[in-house]
Design a protein around this ligand. Structure first.
Ligand SMILES: CCCCCCCC/C=C\CCCCCC(=O)SCCNC(=O)CCNC(=O)[C@H](O)C(C)(C)COP(=O)(O)OP(=O)(O)OC[C@H]1O[C@@H](n2cnc3c(N)ncnc32)[C@H](O)[C@@H]1OP(=O)(O)O
Ligand SMILES: Cc1cc2nc3c(=O)[nH]c(=O)nc-3n(C[C@H](O)[C@H](O)[C@H](O)COP(=O)(O)OP(=O)(O)OC[C@H]3O[C@@H](n4cnc5c(N)ncnc54)[C@H](O)[C@@H]3O)c2cc1C
Length: 673
């Protein structure tokens, strides 16, 4: 049968092997839960093994030692080699396999095809007519052309209806004239726009006969397909270095009265006829599909980033010994400290929770995508509400978790050798891209306020907001019933979300009744509204976690997930408990119970801690972390890693002769005077 933890190897650091031997579950079976099937988990490992056999696909040196230009070049080099091996390595129609291949070979810092795969192809799939697909999509899929999604401008990202780039229809020539009239109207941020791409789907405000029809998508060729030089009337370049994600050339684009054929507007759902007649789409927001696509997948990418930093931190905490719990005994692994466990374990639970919530979201997304093909749009609002809330909450909590992972590694966490700071920099971009978090929480709040209104009017609401119509207990039953089901916790989360949703609703209604215009009242309630959105979303995450645990069949996996869920529910409830204490739903005695359950949970998780992170099956190649090495041999490799520093190429740097020597000489001379 072998070891339950599949990462055990001879020669590993004994402290980490000791942890793995304690595992109560099969880590590869757990991987099947995380990646949604045993087959998917197997495929990940097969892909990793195959990549390890191709020497040209290995990093030329640790990425933190590369300059920005070298990072861009290195990612492009690997994309080139990957193209040769692609069909042998993965099923190219499987997004998860492609994503894994990218993570192993290139990592999260980006590559020239990042936006091509994440947004350019999806937007063509969703919004191009069959004829347009023949012209661009199939070429894009074969990588004959490389594209991006150019929407955000220097002056506007969140408020799409105020994009300044115009696409004015010229009936006489049957062309659109694309123009960036001001500095602020320049496209600013699109990934890979700077240097890599030769096409872009540009989002611009459609004008026909001087009437503004709002944002629409247009295919624009940016560069010559052979020379890669920008075409006439186009200025394009890189926006400069960012906090992280620097292998990606996020770019700017200025369009100077550029003419494109009428048929370059993506017209699957919406049309502009030759004579300028506008035919509206079945749903006004169908053109936002590429954003919804990314938002729907972001839970899983965030779960991955969070799990990566926790794998690093937990493995390192199992070999790092410092201080004593019992002064008579040797120094302990820092993982023994309750503070360390409290710092890390709840985030492990969140990574699992985000992955399970992510799987449900992707399922809904796939359904809505299929519906949209036939013009059916009923579930679009539900999906938009769900993805808006999740995108905001999950990115924010991921940011918190990664930072805790970094701090838990002490000084070495701050070194790029941990790689956590790079993961952090990449992940927190998610708080901003695909809709700034506050803006998206307020989108969900619109949906919640509609549901609250319906309930107040005596109507029954269903689906994601069904709990607003369901009966509520005045007092939480946590620690009040003999039965120890998670329902009592979930009911308490429901109560908290419901109370906050109605609190925000009542406040808004009061202001509206007092005569305040809706937009002003909305702004004055917006902090309460975002709170409602967060609580609703955190309820969904907890429910998704409970649903998954409920469905698991394997006894040991179920038991291990059950422990994590128990930790999750107690930790999350403590985090939001003030809402339930305010109206007496929870009392002090129940708070003590929840706290003691949390501490008990930490102890229960402790023996499996390394196995919970190992179950993500993140190879050394993809983690790129000295602290997170699978074998636990951190210290000797930290020393080796530092040898890569270009500062170590000579014992004496030129700055000594140039600046330090004169400085010290002059100081010595002065002290002799
Ligand atoms: C395989 C995939 C892997 C994924 C990997 C991810 C990792 C990749 C790493 C890096 C890639 C980075 C990519 C980043 C790319 C970008 O950032 S692209 C730019 C993204 N930009 C945004 O997200 C802009 C945010 N703003 C908006 O989306 C909109 O402006 C808005 C939704 C905030 C408002 O739109 P507006 O048209 O003004 O509508 P409203 O008046 O506010 O609302 C009117 C009604 O429309 C409903 N609605 C809005 N959007 C949708 C939608 N998408 N679907 C359905 N319904 C929608 C809204 O709820 C309103 O309904 P009610 O009137 O009934 O309340
Ligand atoms: C790493 C990265 C990659 C990106 N890639 C792309 C890409 O490929 N293509 C692309 O088109 N774009 C891309 N973007 C741009 C990104 O989508 C936008 O930056 C994002 O949508 C936020 O918009 P903004 O910059 O206008 O923020 P702003 O709206 O200016 O936000 C500033 C502040 O104003 C607040 N705010 C704004 N509006 C409201 C409101 N209505 N109510 C309350 N508060 C409000 C926000 O909450 C925030 O605190 C990328 C950005 C990043 C960081």
């Amino acid at each position: 049968m072998g070891n339950l933890n599949k990462e055990i190897r001879d020669g590993d650091h004994p402290d980490i092997t000791e942890e793995r031997l304690k595992s109560t579950f099969d880590t590869h079976k757990m991987a099947a839960q995380i990646y949604n099937s045993q087959r998917a988990a197997d495929r990940r490992n097969e892909i990793t093994s195959a990549v390890l056999k191709i020497p040209e696909l290995q990093d030329i040196k640790p990425l933190p030692f590369l300059s920005r230009e070298e990072k861009v070049e290195e990612a492009a080099r690997k994309i080139g080699i990957l193209s040769e091996h692609l069909y042998d390595l993965v099923n190219v129609n499987d997004g998860a396999e492609l994503y894994h291949l990218n993570n192993v070979v290139i990592g999260g810092e980006g590559n020239p095809l990042a936006l091509h795969g994440v947004m350019f192809i999806p937007v063509l799939q969703a919004q191009a007519t069959d004829e347009q697909k023949k012209k661009w999509l199939y070429r894009a899929m074969k990588r004959e052309i490389i594209g991006t999604y150019a929407q955000t401008e220097m002056g506007h990202g969140s408020n799409l209806r105020k994009l300044e780039t115009t696409a004015t229809y010229d009936k006489a020539t049957e062309e659109f004239v694309l123009n960036s009239p001001t500095t602020t109207s320049m496209k600013w941020w699109p990934g890979n726009l700077g240097k890599s791409t030769n096409y872009a789907v540009v989002v611009a405000t459609l004008i026909i006969n001087e009437k503004d029809y709002g944002p629409h998508s247009f295919m624009v060729q940016l560069r010559d397909e052979n020379t890669h030089k920008p075409l006439p009337n186009i200025e394009v370049g890189d926006i400069g270095p960012k906090m992280a994600y620097n292998a990606t050339d996020n770019g700017f684009l200025k369009l100077n009265h550029l003419r494109i054929p009428r048929t370059n507007m993506l017209m699957k759902h919406v049309k502009v006829e030759k004579d300028g007649t506008y035919i509206k789409p079945p749903h006004a927001k169908m053109s936002y599909s590429a954003m919804v696509h990314v938002r729907a997948h972001m839970n899983n990418t965030m779960a991955y980033f969070l799990a990566s930093s926790l794998t690093i931190a937990v493995r390192y905490s199992s070999i790092r010994r410092q201080g004593h719990i019992n002064p008579k005994e040797p120094e302990v692994k820092v993982l023994e400290y309750q503070t360390q466990q409290h710092r890390l374990f709840p985030h492990i639970a969140r990574a699992y929770a985000f992955s399970f919530a992510g799987a449900e979201t992707v399922r809904l997304y796939e359904k809505v995508k299929k519906d949209m093909e036939s013009g059916e749009t009923e579930l679009m609002a539900d999906l938009h509400a769900l993805t808006s809330g999740l995108k905001s909450v999950v990115t924010y909590l991921t940011m918190q978790g990664i930072e805790q992972a970094r701090q838990s590694c002490g000084g070495h966490g701050y070194s790029m050798a941990s790689y956590i700071s790079e993961i952090y920099g990449i992940a927190i971009g998610g708080c901003t891209y695909e809709g700034e978090n506050m803006v998206m929480l307020l989108q969900l709040a619109r949906y919640l306020m509609k549901a609250a209104k319906a309930v107040k009017e005596g109507k029954k609401v269903e689906g994601l907001v069904g709990y607003l119509s369901a009966p509520d207990n005045r007092h939480s039953l946590i620690d009040r019933t003999p039965e120890k089901s998670y329902d009592t916790y979930l009911k308490t989360f429901e109560h908290i979300a419901r109370q906050q949703i109605f609190r925000a609703f009542d406040k808004l209604e009061k202001m509206l009744t007092s005569g305040l215009p809706h937009s002003e009242a909305w702004n004055k309630c917006s902090v309460e509204l975002t709170r409602a959105s967060r609580l609703h979303t955190r309820l969904f995450i907890a429910q998704a976690f409970a649903r998954r645990v409920h469905d698991v069949v394997d006894f040991h996996i179920k038991e291990a997930l059950d422990d994590l869920l128990h930790l999750h529910l107690n930790y999350e409830l403590l985090d939001v408990a003030s809402y339930a204490l305010e109206d007496g739903h929870l009392c002090g005695e129940q708070m003590n119970f929840i706290r003691s359950e949390l501490y008990r949970s930490l102890g229960k998780i402790r023996p499996n801690a390394v196995s919970y992170v190992d179950a993500w099956e993140l190879s050394d190649m993809e983690l790129r972390s000295v602290l997170g090495r699978r074998d636990g041999h951190v210290y000797e490799n930290l020393y080796k890693w530092a040898q890569n520093s270009s500062l170590n190429r000579t014992d004496v740097l030129p700055v000594f002769e140039k600046y330090l020597k004169p400085l010290m000489m002059s100081a010595r001379k002065n002290s002799k005077l």
